[in-house]
Each structure stands twice: as C-alpha cells, then as structure tokens.
Write a protein that binds this ligand. Structure first.
Ligand code: C2E
Ligand code: MG
Ligand code: MG
Length: 461
C-alpha cells in the first residue's frame, strides 16, 4: 500500500467519525430539549407545545379509563372588560392553581390559549367523572366569587371525550373541542360529552350492568306496593309489588331506566325473584303480626318463559318462606312474540296448577288476540293505563271498546282491573261499566312496604 492511500483512508475515517459524532450530538441535544419541560409563564403549567407529548406519554400502556376535557370560561371577555386585564390574568392563575392541586398522578392540565384549558383525567365511572368536573368548576367559581367580594360568578363550559383504546392525541382533542362547541351552541349545559347519545349511553349501560349485580348483593333494590281497590266498596283488596333501585350515586331509579336493560342481558330473572322474596317475607310478617293478608301481585318478565324450571323455582321460594301461593299473583305481559304463545299458555297452566293467582298485565297495549283469552287460565285482566291516559279526550268508540272488553272478560269469569286511573271521572266511568278493580294515582301512588302497612292501618281505622 502506498503512503498516500494510507493517509487518504485515515482522513476518510476521521471525517466519517466527525459526522457520526455531530449527528449523535444533535440528537442528544434535541432529546434534552424535549425532556426539559417548557412552562406557561402565566400559570406555571406545562406549555401548550408540550401538551401533546405529555398526553401521549401519560396514555402509554395505561389500563385505566381516561377522558380528555376541553374547557373555557363563559363570557371571559366580559369579565376582563369589567374587572380589567390584570384581574383577568390573576383569575386564570388561580383557576390553574386550584385545578392543578386536584390533579392525580398521570393527569395533565395545560392552558391552550387565553381562557381555554385542556385536561386529561382518569376516571372510574362516567358519573364519577361528571361529579368531579362539576365540583372542580364549582370550586373555582366559588373561590373566585369569594375573592371578588361576591361580585362575579364564573361559569365554565366543557367538552368531554372518553378515550377509547390507543387513539391519536389530535383526534382525541378534536372530539373534545367538538363537544365543547356543541355545549356552546345549545347553551344548556356546562358539561357536554362527545356524541353524547351514543358514547355516553353505551358507557352508562355498561356501568349499570356492573352496578345491578352489586345492587342485588347490597340489597339496594327496594320493593314498593301500590294498592288495588274494589270499585264498589272502594276498599283495598290487594297490592302490586313494583321494584325501585336506590342507586348510591344516581339516586332513586324507576323500572323504565333499568328493567329494559336487564331484560336484554337476562338479569331481570334475578330481579324478579328478588322482588318475590321480599314479598314473601312481608306476607309472612303480616301473618305473624296477625294482620289481614292481602293478595300481592309480582311482575315477571317474559324472559322466564325460556327457563324450564321457572314454576319449580316459584314453588320452592314460597315453600322456603312457608307462604300460601294463593296470596301471590303472577303478572305476565301480553307483549310476547307470536311463536311464544303456546309456551306462555303452558307456563300459565303450570302456574295455576301450583295454586298461584295469574294476571295478564297491560292488556290492550300490544296486539292482543281476543282468541287467546279463551285458552289462558287467567284470574285477572289488567287494562293498560294507556286506555285512560287520554280519557278526557276519548271518543264514544273508545269507551265502547273498554265496555266490551270488560263484559267479555266477565263472561269468561275473569276479573277486570283498570290501571292508571287518575281522575274521579275515570273512576265513575269504570264503575258504570262494571269494572271490578282499580289501581291508580287517584287512590294512591306506589309506596315503600312499611309505609303501605301504615297506610292500610290508617284507612281501615
Ligand atoms: P306495570 O306492571 O304495568 O305497573 C304499573 C305502572 O304504572 C307502575 O309504574 C305504576 O307506578 C304506574 N302507575 C300506577 N298508577 C298510575 C297512574 O295513575 N298514572 C300513571 N301515569 N302511572 C301509574 P312503575 O313502577 O314505574 O313500573 C313500570 C313498569 O316496570 C311496570 O308496569 C312493569 O312492567 C315494570 N316493572 C316494575 N317492577 C317490576 C319487577 O319487579 N319486575 C319486572 N319484570 N318488571 C317490573
Ligand atoms: Mg304490572
Ligand atoms: Mg301494567
């Protein structure tokens, strides 16, 4: 090898080495700049340039649920006008400080522009998230309110996006911003969830599904009784058991908000037996206290029709509490699929054979086939409350239909009970039409079981 070749090779190696070293140095500096968190001078929060990086870092490999919230102050410009720019700046600083104090590990808060903040929040449930946000807003508005001598009350508007899996931060933020815009447009709420109808309902249902299982174990389900009255004597002759859910966060919930969901996931079967068990306990208690026993009806979903051991389970529960089935009436609705009719009739026959009372609920609300009445071993036909909802506006034709149903049921030895009776006029019409029983707000609303016992004592005193 010549000496010149040797020198050339050495020089190339040195140049290459310098390039690599310079490239590594630049990379290192960039990384260093990235990790050094720039700060928003006004609030001391991480600067908006850092926001995206911080949010994606926080979301990496996370197991929990996260929501992205975009919020601003309603009429902040007016606030600035009224109290001056300095006061406005001070207010923003206070808000940032209060919110920051309430952040949990991994959560993020950044001021994006003037009065516009963005947060990444971890949550357990949508309800918890909503409650927490409201508290956060209230806390800040109250604090500022107090400091201004009660002169100005700040209100916030926010858009919330529930993050689903591994999503791009830009997408997440855009959706939260869209929800905030929606909140601005409708002017109806301070917290607006992105695609509220779909996203929130889905989560809400999931939470309810989880909660309902706990509700049964923790005995959060309550049983209310609504009295049934004999039309002629106007005396209480029975009661219907209706379920309520005293939810720890949502408060008292009515069947329409959870029964359909439980019918869809099959959990209604557990609920119905829970209600029957409470009814059995109460009947036993009445008997032990020497009270006059009333027949209590319990609603059973059509889901039970798919269970071969349904009637067996009914019998076992009554045996367990030593209750005579003659004091329990099983209410089934007519809203069943055409193919289920024969099965329904079979189950009804078994229920009757076991000694229970049997009623058909909400008669007239679906596609009742009068022909079915021939086959069903019914004791009671409950006329749906829709019949009387618009009674004042009802025509002679509708009243004729009610009269005919009553007279036909009587021919078949079936007792007729009218549900949802609210006025004197409706009651008088039913009396004239020879209806046997009435249940409705006109006499009494459903009430807790203890209150019902007191109510019975009062009206019979
Ligand atoms: P339903 O069995 O037809 O019960 C009658 C409903 O009408 C009750 O509503 C009662 O509070 C209401 N009501 C009674 N009188 C009046 C009145 O004068 N005016 C009006 N507007 N309403 C009146 P609730 O308790 O909300 O129950 C709704 C439905 O939920 C029930 O209708 C029943 O289908 C279902 N449900 C209730 N408890 C249970 C249960 O334990 N199991 C099952 N499977 N379903 C249940
Ligand atoms: Mg009913
Ligand atoms: Mg009904």
């Amino acid at each position: 090898m010549r000496i010149t070749d040797f020198i050339l090779g050495g020089l190339t190696a040195i140049v290459l080495f310098c390039f690599v070293a310079a490239w590594l140095y630049v990379k290192f500096k960039r990384k260093q700049a990235e990790t050094r968190i720039a700060v928003d001078k006004l609030t001391g929060l991480p600067a908006k340039q850092q926001h995206k990086l911080l949010v994606s870092e926080a979301l990496k490999n996370q197991q929990g649920s996260y929501a992205y919230v975009s919020c601003d102050i309603i009429d902040f410009k007016c606030f600035n006008e009224a109290y001056g720019y300095e006061c406005g700046t001070d207010t923003l600083r206070q808000i940032a400080s209060v919110w920051k104090e309430n952040l949990r590990e991994k959560e993020q808060l950044t001021r994006i522009s003037e009065d516009h903040f963005c947060m990444l929040l971890e949550f357990e449930s949508v309800t918890e998230l909503e409650v927490r946000l409201r508290k956060l807003f209230l806390k800040t508005s109250e604090e500022i309110h107090k400091d201004r001598g009660g002169k100005h009350h700040l209100s916030f508007r926010s858009g919330v996006y529930i993050i689903e899996g591994n999503q791009n931060v830009n997408v997440i933020r855009t959706r939260a911003e869209m929800a905030r815009m929606q909140a601005e447009q409708c002017r109806c709420t301070t917290i607006m969830f992105y695609d509220k109808e779909n996203v929130r309902r889905r989560l809400w249902e999931k939470e309810l599904e989880n909660d309902i299982k706990k509700a049964v174990e923790e005995r959060e389900l309550l049983v209310y009784f609504q009295p049934k009255f004999d039309v002629k004597s106007e005396k209480v002759t029975g009661a219907e058991a209706l379920v309520r859910w005293n939810h720890p966060d949502r408060g008292m919930m009515y069947p329409e908000s959870f029964v359909p969901l439980c019918e869809a996931n099959g959990y209604i079967c557990t609920i119905d037996f829970y209600v029957l068990e409470e009814v059995c306990k109460r009947l036993k208690q009445w008997e032990e206290n020497g009270c006059k026993l009333l027949k209590v009806s319990v609603n059973f979903s059509r889901m039970h029709l798919h269970h071969r051991d349904f009637v067996e389970k009914l019998k076992n529960l009554l045996t367990k509490y030593d209750v005579d089935p003659a004091y329990v009436e099983i209410e089934l609705t007519e809203s069943i699929a055409y193919g289920e009719v024969q099965n329904l009739v079979n189950v009804m026959k078994q229920i009757k054979a076991a000694g229970f009372g049997l009623s058909m609920d909400d008669f007239g609300s679906g596609y009742s086939s009068l022909n079915l009445l021939r086959e069903m071993p019914l004791d009671v036909l409950k006329l749906d409350k829709e019949f009387f909802g618009e009674y004042e506006e009802s025509t002679g034709r509708e009243q004729k239909i009610i009269r005919h149903i009553i007279s036909m049921a009587k021919d078949l030895d079936i007792t007729v009970l009218a549900e949802g009776v609210e006025t004197e006029q409706q009651k008088e019409f039913l009396k004239e039409s020879k209806c046997d029983m009435i249940q409705g707000y006109y006499y009494a609303k459903p009430m807790p079981m203890d209150k019902f016992t007191t109510y019975l004592n009062q009206i019979s005193a």
